[in-house]
Write a protein that binds this ligand. Structure first.
Ligand SMILES: [Zn+2]
Length: 61
């Protein structure tokens, strides 16, 4: 499982684009050395894509 890193929670926020710029930098650096978070990103990416799609459909102007 990929839940053994305390930064894994940031993966979803990062994918949603909701992570502040300063934290994106730190998180991307963290990804380099953290396989658990890379797996988390891979697992979450399809879900987040769906979320973003439905979000833009609901909030689209
Ligand atoms: Zn990590």
């Amino acid at each position: 499982m990929a839940r053994n890193c305390s930064h894994a929670i940031d993966a979803g926020v990062y994918l949603l684009g909701d992570l502040p710029d300063a934290e994106v930098e730190a998180f991307v650096r963290h990804l380099d050395g953290c396989p658990a978070c890379r797996v988390e990103i891979e697992e979450l990416a399809p879900v987040v894509r769906l979320l973003i799609a439905s979000r833009s459909r609901l909030g689209g102007s």
